[in-house]
Design a protein around this ligand. Structure first.
Ligand SMILES: *[C@@H]1O[C@H](CO)[C@@H](O)[C@H](O)[C@H]1NC(C)=O
Ligand SMILES: *[C@@H]1O[C@H](CO)[C@@H](O)[C@H](O)[C@H]1NC(C)=O
Length: 433
């Protein structure tokens, strides 16, 4: 008998074309996934399947339906916004590895005919895309004045200036390899160099060894400074603070005995990893986590029941630095040396969590005339399901029932304003165009 009740997996997107962000506002540019990126995320899906859905694994979730996905047991949220199409593709590819096509995915009709799902029993797992235009829970750092102020003060800090000085000669050396791009610490050129190195043979043959590592170290320094804060509840950690609400809320569902949710996938980009590692003090024991996690890296948070006589629930945190990393490494939040009791984690983590669009607006210092429904009406999502309305009513009913049962963790009651995904999005299989 496994003692694991369920897991939350936070996964970074796969490799993609060059991606730029405005150094001051972090407004994203367009990019697109590559075959390398999606095959990597597919591999991550199979690795997660080995870990959580395969009997014999120490983390096997024994009560989950592992062959044919039960869509009530799994929930998937993917960040729209910056790198949105890449994150979407990554989530799909991961799910294809997590729940591969299964010949048992078929149905017998009244007339006796058996119909199989396409592609040898392809499995369609519902995916919610979260747009920053109506839900700030996955990309809270854009359009946030307080965050921009934080970025500015980081750029004006002594630590930043020292680093820029230190990097000066390197920036001179690489001028020939970045084709006129500004070589300053703000304008990290790592993404450009890394993309070229990966996909351009001429560039790869020319680039002197160690340059990419030096560029990566500078990018790590920069992104770590931008997406972290000295205080757990500082605005620098905003990417992790909204994610923390999703984590706490999902743990509440997984911990409830009569709630079907057992596996939560949060498909996102690199920023929240950095903040989360800072705000939970994980970087104190693991300074190597200061910086950008690799493409396809994943943080798994497992909910485990204690072994008798200790009947408490515990959390285990595991990190994998990309699919090439040999194994999951255990990392412990809040100075623990082993699994942390769930109640203690909630107690220590909830202070920094941002649980509503309204609270986000306060933290960012913008007027909270924010209307989620208004923004949703304008979105250009194509729904793949025909009878949306029926499904919506159906799911709404389920979620209402669920809501009543949700007493494990106390969260703001203000339904409209919480960062919870609205029920109709649960059935959405769409992509932004
Ligand atoms: C590939 O790299 C070479 C040499 O650095 C450069 O001249 C060329 O423009 C690059 N090609 C692309 C498609 O970026
Ligand atoms: C992840 O791997 C990259 C290189 O592949 C390395 O630069 C980085 O420090 C690693 N991060 C951690 C947390 O191990």
């Amino acid at each position: 008998m496994s003692s694991i009740l369920g897991a939350i997996v936070i996964a970074r997107n796969g490799d993609r074309r060059e991606f730029n962000q405005d150094p001051k506002t972090y407004a994203p540019s367009l990019t697109d996934s590559t075959a390398l990126g999606v095959s990597d995320l597919h591999l991550l899906g199979t690795q997660l399947r080995e870990e959580y859905l395969t009997p014999g694994s120490a983390s096997f979730i024994s009560s989950i339906s592992g062959d044919i996905a039960d869509t009530q047991e799994i929930r998937v949220r993917a960040k729209a916004g910056g790198e949105g199409s890449v994150v979407f593709d990554s989530a799909i590819a991961l799910l294809q590895g997590l729940f591969p096509p299964n010949p048992k995915n078929k149905i017998t009709l009244a007339n006796g005919e058996v119909v199989s799902a396409p592609l040898g029993g392809y499995q369609y797992v519902p995916l919610e895309t979260v747009e920053p235009g109506n839900d700030r829970s996955m990309e809270p750092w854009t359009d946030c004045p307080a965050f921009q102020k934080h970025v500015k003060s980081f750029h004006e800090s002594d630590a930043f200036k020292d680093k820029a000085e230190e990097a000066d000669s390197f920036f001179k050396d690489i001028k020939d390899y970045v084709f006129g791009r500004p070589t300053t610490l703000e304008n990290i050129i790592y993404d450009f160099m890394n993309t070229q190195l990966m996909y351009n043979q001429t560039f790869a043959y020319r680039l002197p060894p160690t340059y990419i590592d030096q560029a990566r170290a500078l990018a790590d320094f920069h992104e770590d400074g931008v997406f972290s804060d000295d205080e757990a509840n500082g605005v620098g950690n905003i990417a992790g603070r909204t994610l923390m609400h999703t984590i706490l809320e999902s743990l509440g569902h997984i911990a409830l005995k009569d709630d079907p949710l057992q596996f939560m996938l949060v498909q996102t980009t690199y920023q929240p990893f950095i903040s989360l590692f800072h705000q939970t003090d994980i970087i104190k024991d693991h300074p190597e986590l200061k910086g950008i996690p690799n493409f396809g890296s994943a943080l798994a948070i497992e909910l485990r029941s204690g072994s008798p006589p200790d009947m408490r629930d515990f959390l285990r945190f595991k990190f994998k630095n990309g699919t090439a990393a040999d194994d999951w490494s255990l990392i412990h939040p809040f100075g623990h040396k082993s699994d942390i009791p769930l109640t203690e984690f909630i107690y220590k983590a909830q202070g920094a969590a941002i649980s509503s669009n309204k609270q986000w607006a306060q933290v960012c210092g913008v007027n909270s005339g924010f209307s989620p429904m208004q923004a949703a009406g304008k979105s250009t999502i194509h729904f793949a399901l025909g009878s949306m309305l029926l499904f919506t009513l159906f799911v709404f009913g389920i979620l209402l029932r669920r809501k009543r049962a949700q007493k494990y963790i106390r969260l703001p009651e203000d339904e409209d304003e919480t960062l919870q995904v609205r029920p109709e999005l649960r059935m959405e299989k769409g992509r932004l165009v």
